[in-house]
Design a protein around this ligand. Structure first.
Ligand code: 6GU
Length: 233
């Protein structure tokens, strides 16, 4: 999978070199490229923002550097397909495991990280001539920009790309894959500082273990995320 990221803070993405995603990058499973939006400015101050038409607080990202960098990515990518262009935004559709699954099947993703009060709206219209545009939010809170949100989405999507996670079976029993929260896990020792591992897990009864885990999933979901249960019916 090819992933291009446009940002004014490339350093946010240095951590892509570590852990599982770093390995996937090294193995050629994920081809991630970071683009500094300021390289696509032409003035001495490398200006990427300006005051909003109509007035108001804050600054808006100018369209010209965005147009240039998107042309470079969509024109030079040479993947033969139109990319999916994701703009992280608290005003977007909410990103879920289903979104991650869907996007993990794409050949080419572009993440456009906005800062300040946002990006000139015309950039989204222009981007839609180059690929499929998605405005996507992590949830109902506000971050300073799209960088941290993009990192979260790249990790959630990247780990679903075949080969990135060594044991694909570890992906199916996770929270949100079956609409429920994950069951609790334990390892040795069976007694630790007065806390015990539930007896059923030491019983060797696969059927009873499976039933207990299912019950735990439902109970945890009822307590912590009742909204997920009502989504199921
Ligand atoms: Cl995707 N961007 C920003 N700036 N804030 C957010 C977000 C995204 N998702 C939740 N808050």
């Amino acid at each position: 999978m090819r992933i291009d990221v446009v940002t004014i803070f490339p350093a946010f993405f240095d951590i892509l070199d570590v852990s599982l995603l770093g390995k996937a990058r090294g193995a050629g499973l994920l081809d991630v490229r970071i683009h500094d939006l300021r390289s696509h400015t032409h003035d001495r101050h490398r200006t990427v923002d300006d005051s909003p038409y109509g007035g108001g607080a804050g600054m808006v990202m100018k369209p010209e550097p965005w147009g240039d960098v998107l042309d470079e990515i969509a024109g030079a990518a040479d993947t033969g397909i139109r990319p999916t262009i994701i703009f992280p935004s608290p005003a977007g559709e909410v990103f879920t495991q289903a979104t991650a699954r869907e996007l993990s099947t794409r050949n080419h993703l572009v993440f456009g990280c906005g800062r300040y009060e946002g990006i000139d709206e015309r950039v989204f219209a222009y981007a839609a001539t180059l690929g499929e545009v998605r405005l996507v939010s992590l949830g109902d809170y506000v971050l300073n920009g799209g960088e941290v949100a993009s990192m979260a989405m790249i990790e959630a999507i990247g780990r679903l790309v075949p080969g990135v996670v060594g044991n694909p079976e570890s992906l199916v029993e996770e929270s949100h894959e079956d609409g429920l929260l994950e069951y609790p896990s334990y390892t040795k020792p069976s007694s630790w500082r007065g806390y015990e591992v539930p007896d059923v897990l030491l019983s060797g009864h696969h059927g009873r273990v499976a039933q207990w885990r299912r019950d735990q999933q439902i109970e945890r979901t009822r307590l912590r995320r009742p909204d997920l249960l009502s989504d199921q019916i």
